[in-house]
Each structure stands twice: as structure tokens, then as C-alpha cells.
Design a protein around this ligand. Sequence first.
Ligand code: GFB
Length: 323
Amino acid sequence: MPASSEQGRVFVAGHRGMVGSAIVRRLRERGQPEVITRSRQELDLTRQADVEAFFAGQSINTVYLAAARVGGIKANNEFPADFITENLQIQTNVIESAHRAGVQRLLFLGSSCIYPRVAEQPMSEDALMTGPLEETNEAYAVAKIAGIKMCEAYRRQFGSDFRSAMPTNLYGPNDNFDLETSHVLPALLRKFHQAVKSGAHSVAVWGSGRPRREFLHVDDMAAASCHLIALSEERYWSAVDDHCSHINVGCGSDVSIAELAEMIASVTGFEGQIEYDPSMPDGTPRKLLDISRLEALGWAPEIPLQRGISETYRWMSDHWNDG
Ligand code: GFB
């Protein structure tokens, strides 16, 4: 493997998404010379033969596997077949093809929804598969768990240096602001902004407002991903084992959805009524990550939630027609 500052030829799968684009930005800022990307039109990661042919012809050293079908609670709940199938296809094709092509290091990105619906808080990595999953995103979570387990299986069978990072709820530039399919933070930014513009007196927030979520800015996630992949093989694998090899990535604190709504109302200047819609699901009551493994490996987040929300609001205003 090239030295930590030099990851060789790097492929970022999913570079048009929020996480992949943040990783590409960071790699370029840090002077990484060879960052390879492919749009979906150029390379459909759900097509096994195409992915294999791509890897066979590229001499790639390092892979960031940030390509995935993602969405908020409603999309996960309504399209479970899409979420499980596309994610299993993408990650299986990339991991297997990377192995065949001799890729030296890979980082698989998952999600904190891999943990049981009810788990001791904060959730440490070894809470994985200790209880039933949250129903609204079970299909997505099962695919992500399979990704972790694939990386571990390749480690055990072939000695592959395939690592996994499990981020908490992420937000930031290039997020999806579509009200039906997005996550809560971008959805509320857009809803409150539209209410201010239209002079509406109330905004509907799904569920009870009581669930708690931990939010991490995607630039922090990109920094953590680059940090984790740059660790020497010895350092990474001495912090984990090949039956529990993933690392949580979070900020260490959470807020209730009601608190988040208040913060977003204040950032957008909304002074009307916040109404809760109990017909929409709450999802997991709480999913705060234990980030002590990551901290022990020398990484800490830098972007406080208030600042991150304000910056993301500015990004949305510049990039969305009604923003
Ligand atoms: O962000 P979110 O969709 O996903 O919802 P999860 C978080 C909480 O915010 C839920 C509430 O309790 C929602 O009911 N919420 C309130 C809203 N208003 C809204 C709104 O306008 N839009 C949305 N989307 N939520 C997802 C999983 O779970 O998180 C995925 O489905 C993935 O698998 C992702 O893990 C990170 O945190 O509940």
C-alpha cells in the first residue's frame, strides 16, 4: 500500500452523492493526484459484468464505497425492495471486483441503522446483531450489515484490507431536499424556508418530535473516512477484529426532532406554529453512536450542528429553485 498521504489511484464510488462528493472535495483539497470517478451513465454499479470490467482495466489501489441507494424514513418504508436489492448489488459488485482486481484497501460506508431498534445508548460497535432492527428501514439495514460482513469475510478468507465506517445521520451540501424522499434535516430546512416565503402560519413535522437523532456534517464524515483509510493496516486492525471490524462515525451528542425543528425555525426565521403529524412514523426512538473507537484512532469532529445547519441553509438557498 502506498504511504498514508499517497493512496495511489483512488476510486470514489458514488461521487455525485452527498458523501462521495464530500470525499472527492477533500481528496482534491489535500492534493490527492489520482481520483477516479464514474457517473451512473458511464458505469452502472448494479451491473456485475460492467463493474468487473471497469476494475480490471483501472489498476485502482484504494476504493471509497460511498455509492448507495439512500433516503429518509418514508422512502425506506415505501420502497424496501429497491433499498435492499440496489444496495446489495452495488456493494457486492464493487467489493468482489475490487478483490479480483487486487485493490489494496477499501472503505465500505454504512449507516447507524444497522443497530437494533432498541439498543443501549450510546451504541457501541459490538451492539451489531444483538436484537431486532427498526422495521421502517430493515431492508436497507440488512444490506448494510451484509456489506460489513462481506468485508470481514474477505479479510478472513483472503487477508483483504477492507474496512467499514458506520456514520450517524449525515447532512450538508449536495443533500437531497426532496420532501418525500429526504432525511429530516434537509426536509425541515426546506419546509420552514417555504413557509417563511409563502407566509404560512404553521409547518408540519412528521411523527411525535420525540425521537432523538445525532447529526454529523458530511465534511466531517469525509474527513473521518480519509482518516480511517489512511491508518496503517496494523493500526486499523489492531483497533477492531475480523468479526466486528466496523467503526462508528458520529459527533457524540444528539437532539430531539422537536429541538432540531426549533433550531431550523430560528435559522430560517420562521416564527409560526410547529405542528406534529402523528400519522407519520417516528422510526427508531434513539440512535446515538459510541464513538470511542474512532476517538482512540485519533479523529474528532469539527463542525458544530448550529454552524453546519446555517451553512447547509445557505447551500440550499443557492442550489434549490425555491430556496
Ligand atoms: O431523517 P429521517 O427520515 O430518518 O427521520 P431516520 C428522522 C426522524 O425525523 C423521524 C422525523 O422520526 C421522522 O418521523 N421527521 C419529522 C421527518 N419531519 C420529517 C420530515 O419532514 N422528513 C423526514 N424524512 N423525517 C433513516 C433511515 O432513518 O436514517 C435510513 O430510514 C438511514 O435507513 C438514515 O439509516 C440515516 O433517522 O428515522
